[in-house]
Design a protein around this ligand. Structure first.
Ligand SMILES: [Mg+2]
Length: 268
């Protein structure tokens, strides 16, 4: 591990900071400790529906200082459009905000009267208002040459009532109807990894930096993309009996974020 003050922490939200909207005990205190030790903390999530302020507020209700420290897959998706472009947003408010911040124009697939040939890109993100009409409008733009960008490809997501369709399911529908392949912006892919490095101001592969998450397939592969260590916590979707078989292998395993921070700080 690098010197104490050199560590950057990339923290997943669901399964690390909270679980199904319930704060995970000890995480707020762990983040406070990192702040006191002057480590860098960046929250990185594949959830794209919330605006940055809404995401920050959700963290603040858990007692966590969040201003300017949240990076979402909506921001990663928006980094793939150019200022001045016209973009159909088949997704939530977080994407609309990110597209505007990028200097591009977000279009509602159901309301705008822009000729399909003038649409540069379609961004798909999780939203519950997905419909046949949105699918048709998005596909039509793709048939006329628009690029397909997706915030993330998670096929499902867990809820107390079982698995719900995730944005990967919506993306698959749009990709099939639009006869095109999507570029995936969120974890574990390069667009969000590039934004993480930019925000932290560190190089790919800097020793000692760590991604903490509960899902090897997204958080572990993001760590690999960044050249950071992967810290797996057991407070989310990966149970203890799957640690030995998970891919990629974690560099460090802990029960939860609090235990992870303790373990890393004591080994530094
Ligand atoms: Mg998670």
């Amino acid at each position: 591990m690098a010197g104490l003050n050199d560590i950057s922490w990339v923290l997943d939200l669901d399964g690390v900071v909270w679980l199904a909207d319930e704060p995970i005990p000890g995480s707020a205190a762990a983040i406070e400790l990192l702040d006191a030790e002057h480590h860098q903390v960046l929250f990185v999530t594949n959830f794209s529906a919330l605006t940055s302020r809404q995401a920050e507020q959700k963290l603040e209700t858990c007692g966590i200082k969040a201003k300017g420290r949240v990076l979402t897959s909506a921001m990663a998706a928006a980094s793939l459009v150019e200022p001045g472009e016209q973009v159909i947003v088949c997704g939530g408010e977080g994407i609309i905000e990110a597209v505007k911040n990028r200097g591009a124009t977000p279009l509602n697939p159901l309301q705008e009267h822009v000729p399909t040939s003038a649409i540069d890109a379609v961004i798909v993100g999780f939203h519950r208002e997905f419909s046949f009409e949105r699918l048709a409008a998005s596909a039509h733009a793709l048939h006329n040459g628009a690029r397909l960008i997706s915030t993330n490809n998670d096929p499902t997501y867990p809820t107390p009532h079982g698995l719900l369709p995730g944005n990967g399911s919506l993306t698959a529908a749009v990709a099939v109807a639009g006869k095109t392949e999507p570029t995936i912006a969120g974890k574990p892919h390069a667009p969000i990894a590039n934004l993480v490095l930019e925000r932290l101001g560190v190089e790919r592969g800097t020793p000692g930096n760590i991604v903490v998450g509960d899902l090897p397939a997204t958080d572990g592969l993001l760590a690999a993309e960044l050249g950071f260590d992967f810290g797996l916590v057991l407070s989310g979707v990966t149970p203890a009996d799957q640690v030995d078989t998970c891919e990629p292998k974690p560099d460090i395993v802990a029960q939860d974020l609090e235990a992870m921070v303790e373990a890393v700080l004591s080994s530094a």
